[in-house]
Design a protein around this ligand. Structure first.
Ligand code: IPM
Ligand code: MG
Length: 368
């Protein structure tokens, strides 16, 4: 009896539909080879959902993502919906609403260097020696979800007595939110090389001091893990200076957003980083990159972060490790043969062969 997995697809905006099309082909090909099939339900999220319904996370999508085996998201956002008006809907609200609705508090972003791509990173190849790290980002707390407001401030009227505008965002963490993400990070470190960097700004902010205390309390349950506290500014520098020192990095939502984009450049491109968002409900898999509106519809986007997100889904939610291994091996082999999308091509390497989004999918499907 072949298994059927129910997967909700959220292609989103910009390059989203193009890379999602490749994910679907690759999953179907893997299913044929490894004896499973995928039943897809496609739903709207982000800008596409705003255009169709006025709501970036419509009710129909809310229901579909709650009732499936896994959610696969490509990317959302674009200049069409860019606004600084706090009363207008934004695509990003759809993504944040989705993460929150799924209770997906743990965002795992593996930074893995493919041998063939050493030349694609802006860092010298010798700095990349031994680099293999995982960013564990808290995903449904902190500044992204705290109280915020923009208002006219009568008290601080500017020149001529005209009230000036004022805005605030709130960075708040509760003990249990820190504890549960710390546990995920310690478990990951235990399954990897036993080292955990907890990243904060405890020299300045209160949530970071609480963060540090709770992480150290959880550490008592993991005596075999080496725990290192590191300030976020120092971490930003160390990621460039000596990235091989890291195994697992755990940090709050905003710091994790920034550090993971930085860390992606170790692999050569933002287009290479996948992520898994795990928590209380159905898990969500998405590349860390955005919708790249500047290259949308041109068949040049890199589908590999999307496909590596499928690999994470096959491993963690669908329990198909053989299919996940096969996908990961094929991607390594295709890269080793010199096939590149434009973002990971290296002008100095004449053996690099540049292909588009669909052709990259063709190559992977053909080898599978
Ligand atoms: C990411 C993205 C999102 C985030 C944006 C699109 C809201 O940058 O997944 O890293 O900030 O979390
Ligand atoms: Mg980001």
């Amino acid at each position: 009896m072949s298994k059927t997995y129910r997967i909700t697809l959220l292609p989103g905006d910009g390059i989203g539909p193009e890379i999602m099309a490749q994910a679907r082909r690759v999953l179907d090909t893997l299913g044929a080879r490894f004896g499973f099939s995928c039943a897809y339900a496609e739903a709207l999220l982000g800008g596409a959902a705003i255009d169709a319904t006025g709501d970036p996370f419509p009710e129909e999508t809310r229901q579909l993502v709650a009732d499936c085996d896994a959610v696969l998201l490509a990317a959302i956002g674009g200049p069409k919906w860019d606004t600084t008006d706090p009363d207008k809907p934004r695509p990003e609200q759809g993504l944040l609403g989705l993460r929150k609705a799924l209770g997906a508090y743990a965002n795992l972003r593996p930074v893995r260097i493919f041998d063939a791509l050493r030349g694609a990173s802006p860092l010298k190849p010798q700095r990349l020696e031994g680099v293999n790290l995982l960013v564990v980002r808290e995903l449904i707390g902190g500044l992204y979800f705290g109280a915020r407001e923009r208002f006219y401030d009568e008290e601080n009227a500017g020149a001529g007595g005209v009230p000036g505008q004022r805005a605030y965002d709130t960075l708040e963490y509760r003990e249990y939110e820190i504890e549960r993400i710390a546990r995920v990070a310690f478990e990951q470190a235990r399954a990897r090389r036993g080292k955990l960097h907890s990243v904060d700004k405890a020299n300045v902010i209160e949530t970071s001091r609480l963060w540090r205390e709770i992480v150290h309390r959880v550490a008592h349950d993991y005596p075999e893990i080496e725990l290192i506290d590191m300030l976020v500014d120092n971490t930003a520098m160390q990621l460039i200076n000596d990235p091989a020192q890291f195994d697992v990095i755990v940090t709050e939502n905003m710091f994790g957003d920034i550090l993971s984009d930085e860390a992606s450049m170790l692999t050569g491109s933002l287009g290479m980083l996948a992520s898994a968002s795990l928590g209380d409900g159905v898990a969500l898999y998405e590349p860390i990159h955005g919708s790249a509106p500047d290259i949308a519809g041109r068949d040049i986007a890199n589908p590999l972060a999307m496909l590596l997100s499928c690999e994470l889904m096959l491993r963690s939610s669908l329990n198909e490790p053989a299919a996940a291994d096969a996908l990961s091996n094929v991607i390594s082999n295709i890269l080793a043969q010199g096939w590149r999308t434009a973002d990971i091509a290296d002008a100095a390497t004449p053996t690099d062969k540049i292909v588009g989004t669909r052709a990259m999918g063709d190559l992977i499907v053909a080898v599978l």
